[in-house]
Design a protein. Structure first.
Length: 228
């Protein structure tokens, strides 16, 4: 009989502190200083790069930093099918995975952008966005696409293998998981190698190990895959 799992093995909340900036220091440092600044520069910020390069991590980390300061933010990801109207209480607007936006999401994003940068009430708000390609190549309506490239634009690169291993090791240690080099080699050689996929796999392994009361080994990984 499998044991009922308590909500213990959750992935850590994305923060600027737990982001590994290897190769992406300019973007990470800019955001770190921007969050701390008072007043903050309202110039838009756009991050782009392939899956696993840390775009969404950084965007969510900024959102968490602002919320932790008692501020309110607008968040529009591709998963938000019914975007809310712009809220004057927001101190920033965050647009995630803009290359996936539907026509309705693009309309909402444009409205948010205009209201943030040219507000009817209060100071300008910054717009922070991310996508998988440079602003000029985004498959978006022209008025939104051009505005995303108005300010600071940073290209992000995925971590190399030593850095990915270090992040996996640190994440496993934070969960109290004994992750052997053999299992890590198996994960890196048999599954998608981008960091977001590897972290999702680690979460699945953690949950399956808890349910079955077994250590994480290669046979356990195979058993989990067979059970899915």
């Amino acid at each position: 009989m499998e044991q009922l799992v308590l909500d213990l093995g959750l992935a850590p909340m994305p923060t600027l502190a737990n982001f590994v900036p290897d190769g992406n220091e300019p973007a990470w440092e800019h955001l770190r200083l921007w969050v701390q600044a008072q007043p903050r520069a309202p110039l838009p910020i756009y991050l782009w790069g392939p899956a696993g390069s840390g775009k969404t991590h950084l965007l969510r980390a900024v959102a968490q930093s602002l919320l932790g300061r008692g501020e309110s933010v607008g968040w529009l990801g591709a998963e938000v099918t019914r975007p809310a109207p712009f809220d004057e209480r927001w101190s920033a607007v965050l647009l995630d995975d803009v290359q996936l936006y539907t026509a309705a999401q693009q309309a909402a994003a444009f409205n948010w952008f205009v209201n943030a940068q040219s507000p009817a009430v209060g100071p300008q708000r910054a717009v922070l966005a991310c996508g998988d390609r440079p602003p000029a190549d985004l498959p978006l309506r022209e008025d939104l696409r051009s505005r995303l490239g108005w300010g600071h634009v940073f290209q992000l690169q995925p971590l190399d293998e030593p850095a990915r291993r270090a992040v996996l090791r640190r994440a496993a240690d934070a969960r109290g998981i004994a992750l052997s080099d053999e299992v890590m080699d198996f994960m890196l050689n048999r599954f998608a190698r981008d960091l977001s996929s590897l972290m999702a796999l680690l979460d699945r392994l953690d949950g399956y190990a808890l349910r079955t009361q077994r250590a994480i080994t290669i046979p356990l990984v195979r058993a989990m895959l067979a059970a899915e």
